[in-house]
Design a protein around this ligand. Structure first.
Ligand SMILES: [Zn+2]
Length: 472
């Protein structure tokens, strides 16, 4: 069984390296954890390397004097103590023997955002084809280009997407695409958490056969959670969907699928089967807690109650749906029915960025207009969907609380658009412009004060891969 170890540097660190690399950054052997240590232990590395790793097994980080957004409530002047990959304490004036201190003065700590639906490597296709109807866009532009994608394109496209997500405070994402081992490898190197599914559809039967080996390779990984990704009910036969369900059941993982995205899809399904796509999936036993259904633009009230009853999750991608003129998801009655709603950006070729703050604002103002009242969809509701809704869908112990995963971002409040400090949840949903200041995932600093190590190379390689792709 091959297992990518990502950023782990097996060479002995040199004194010079220790000075250059701040603690907590990726690619430093000094940030290895017990789990990494166990991985290395199975690889028969020389004993002196174990000694170095053992000594530095724990990383303690202290964020000092920061404002904390905890379940929508603002706590001023707090310290956040992180040990290994967990938040262990949030209080005033914590003293600890920390290896790394981050000055949080003038900053707001928010829990990590989860991008609940994307196709990350499609960042390479950003701006390549816009302003077209969905089916001609897919058939004439996207699918022919995707047929030429190589594993190297996926690797650099994923790294580009990770860069962008780190800049927007996204600490975890849910993806469906091709060559997922490359996506997993690139994501692990970048340090993000991810739920990854190789896309499955009938036109390429080999994709279904690749699913189980992928599940086996990555099961139990600390950051990468392999899932099952049948593309949609109109691209997968009943047999394929049942096989996908069987795999998801057997590996106790999620099913990630596009559902009821366009009116054509739903009308066609009603005509041929007399059922909505959700009713059909329910007959196959797929609508349950492990379902991550995406789009849901053309859901019926009956669909909404079915999703709620089965405790299934619905990901809204308002910006992508508006850009492709697919319609507006009926979030009001989804929430009224009690469906867990969360937010995703979709791929960068239909959005065209991975900015969840923008997604929150557009979702809120679109829903207000759809229901003809500014009282619909408050900032609090949208913020909850973007955070707690996502944590529930992916069963993540996240949030700024003791015991939660140390996945968080710091926002510099000394910006004109965040001043005055009246209602910070409102600012995050309606006023946030630009990215965050610092991003931490699994107790590791991926970006500090706007600096992401290795960013330059990724931007260059992504440009190179794009030019190669469109000229090949
Ligand atoms: Zn999608």
């Amino acid at each position: 069984m091959s297992r990518y170890l990502g950023p782990i540097d097996l060479s002995c660190p040199q004194p010079q390296d220790q000075r250059r690399r701040p603690l907590g950054y990726l690619s430093s052997a000094y940030t290895l954890r017990s789990q990494d240590f166990l991985s290395l232990a199975t690889r028969r590395e020389p004993f002196h390397k174990f000694l170095i790793l053992f000594r530095v097994n724990f990383l303690t980080m202290l964020i000092k004097d920061v404002s904390v957004l905890q379940s929508g409530q603002l706590l001023e002047s707090r310290d956040i103590l992180i040990q290994e990959n967990r938040i262990v304490k949030i209080d005033r004036d914590i003293s600890a023997r920390e290896e790394e201190t981050i000055n949080g003065r003038g900053k707001l700590a928010i829990p990590g955002l989860v991008n609940c639906h994307t196709h990350l490597a499609m960042t390479l296709l950003r701006g390549y084809a816009d302003d077209m109807d969905l089916m001609p866009w897919l058939k004439e532009k996207i699918w022919p280009l995707e047929a030429r994608l190589t594993p190297e394109d996926i690797y650099w496209g994923t790294k580009l997407g990770c860069l962008e997500q780190i800049r927007f405070g996204i600490t975890c994402y849910n993806d469906m695409y091709y060559f997922m081992d490359e996506t997993a490898r690139a994501t692990r190197e970048m340090g993000l958490r991810a739920f990854l599914s190789g896309v499955v559809f009938d036109m390429r039967p080999e994709l279904l056969n690749e699913t189980e080996p992928f599940l086996r390779r990555w099961q139990g990984d600390e950051l990468i959670h392999p899932t099952v990704g049948p593309h949609a009910v109109y691209t997968c036969s009943e047999e394929t969907l049942l096989k996908a369900k069987e795999l998801a059941d057997r590996y106790n993982t999620l099913i990630h699928i596009h559902v009821s995205e366009t009116r054509e899809e739903v009308d066609g399904f009603n005509l041929t089967r007399g059922l909505s796509p959700i009713e059909y999936l329910d007959r196959l036993g797929i609508v349950n807690q492990r379902l991550i259904a995406v789009h849901g633009v053309w859901l019926t009230m009956k669909d909404a109650y079915l999703l709620a009853e089965r405790k299934a999750n619905m990901v809204d991608c308002t910006v992508s749906n508006l850009k492709l003129a697919s319609g507006i998801a009926p979030l009001n009655y989804l929430l009224q029915a009690g469906v867990n709603v969360c937010l995703g950006t979709d791929g960068a070729s239909s959005n065209n960025n991975l900015n969840l703050f923008e997604e929150m604002k557009v979702t809120a103002i679109t829903q207000k207009n759809a229901y003809h009242t500014p009282a619909a969809f408050s900032a609090d509701q949208i913020w909850r969907a973007a955070t707690e809704g996502a944590y529930m869908a992916f069963k993540l112990n996240m949030g700024l609380k003791e015991g939660a995963l140390a996945d968080l971002a710091l926002i510099d409040l000394r910006k004109p658009w965040l001043c005055p400090r009246s209602n910070l949840v409102s600012h995050l949903v309606y006023s946030m412009t630009g990215g965050v200041d610092t991003t931490i995932v699994n107790g590791r600093v991926l970006m500090k004060e706007g600096v992401i190590p290795g960013e330059e190379e990724i931007l260059e390689k992504a440009q190179e891969r794009f030019l190669h792709l469109v000229s090949s």
